[in-house]
Design a protein around this ligand. Structure first.
Ligand code: AQP
Length: 327
């Protein structure tokens, strides 16, 4: 299968990004043709400081490499370095009904968070995402739950284009994890964990153990004392148990049993110790990569080349099909 997925350079990679998406990428790259992308053009749909964006984009590439994303097994590249993404986005915009975009929950959530104006780019974000995916004739897209609605739109647009101009795009399927597709905020466990929220609401994959422990100990828990997975009545504890179960690779029932007669503090301390141990190799790898600027540049150049050759061919076909004058 051909796989595409992306991540925004909007803040440090958190355990939600990792458990929901990146852990799937790590498995899929072993067997499939994978394109993984740092989507900087998505990041600028909300205001970004230019210097910080540049650093964050490079840092996101390093974070992905440190988790185990391998340039030998996949194409790793930066979205803005393949301009066909935006060209296709414009074309798909001309056939996207406004109503489809108006019902997107991520747009509504992000628009509410904006302190000043909301810009057209944020509204059109799902069309750019559809272009990212369709450009590569992608068959499957591993994402977290929050992106599932955007994938539905992607399939709708592929169908629409194909029926109007002839078979061109593949309708991609969504790959969601059974557990971990929606890791919740530490502070508001009924909301998803987000890297652009306040730092005490998320756990960074590369965060120092002390800081991580502090955040876990201060995480919002629920009334009562019982440690039990129940997302409706106990969203805070269920979230911590989910993270514990996924990082320890113990099924939920086993994790519940382990903490059956313990208190919340014991669960929190155990989770902090587990994450410290499991994430240390990743932190070490990132420290090594931080100074290897040329190596990272070369990986991105190769990724860009691989992505560009497919993107160019798709766009040539699209231009001909919709009747743009060829040079
Ligand atoms: N809380 C989450 N649980 C599981 N998966 C998640 N993902 C995001 N949050 C969670 C998945 O991570 C991948 C990369 O996400 P993104 O960078 O494209 O942006 P996002 O979905 O908007 O994630 P954030 O962290 O909330 O970023 P900001 O704060 O910038 O909006 C995607 O596959 C996503 O589903």
């Amino acid at each position: 299968m051909r796989i595409f997925s992306g991540i925004q350079p909007t803040g440090p990679m958190h355990i939600g990004n990792y458990l929901g998406a990146v852990s799937q990428w790590l498995e899929l790259q072993k067997q499939h043709e994978c394109f993984f992308c740092v989507v900087d053009l998505h990041a600028i749909t909300v205001p970004q400081n230019p210097k910080e964006l540049e650093l964050a984009t490079r840092n996101k590439v390093i974070e992905l490499l440190a988790t185990g994303i391998s340039p030998e097994k996949c194409a790793l590249f930066v979205q803005s370095q393949v301009p066909e993404h935006t060209e296709l986005a414009w074309i798909l915009n001309t056939m996207t009904p406004l109503g489809e975009l108006e019902r997107m929950t991520q747009f509504k959530d992000k628009a509410k968070k904006q302190k000043t104006e909301v810009f057209a780019g944020l509204f059109n974000y799902p069309v750019l995402m559809a272009s990212d995916i369709l450009l590569y004739k992608t068959q499957a897209v591993p994402v977290g739950q929050d992106q599932a609605q955007h994938l539905e739109l992607t399939r709708t647009l592929a169908k629409k284009f194909n029926s109007r101009f002839g078979e061109t795009f593949v309708e991609p399927k969504t790959i969601l994890k059974k557990e971990g597709a929606r890791i919740m905020s530490l502070k508001e466990p009924r909301k998803k964990m987000s890297k652009s929220d306040k730092p005490d609401s998320y756990l960074g994959i590369f965060e120092e153990p002390e800081s991580m422990k502090k955040k876990i100990m201060a995480a919002t828990t629920d009334t009562g004392k019982e440690i039990k997975f129940d997302e409706k009545k106990k969203p805070g504890i269920s979230n911590l148990l989910t993270i514990y179960s996924l990082f320890s690779k113990e099924p939920m029932q086993k994790a519940e049993k382990k903490f059956q007669k313990k208190d919340y503090a014991f669960l929190k301390k155990s989770l902090a110790a587990l994450l410290t141990q499991k994430l240390e190799p990743l932190r070490k790898k990132k420290r090594e990569l931080d100074s290897r600027e040329l190596y990272v540049k070369e990986i991105l150049r190769q990724g860009q080349n691989r992505a560009s050759s497919i993107a160019k061919a798709t766009m040539q076909d699209v231009r001909e099909k919709i009747g743009l004058l060829q040079s």
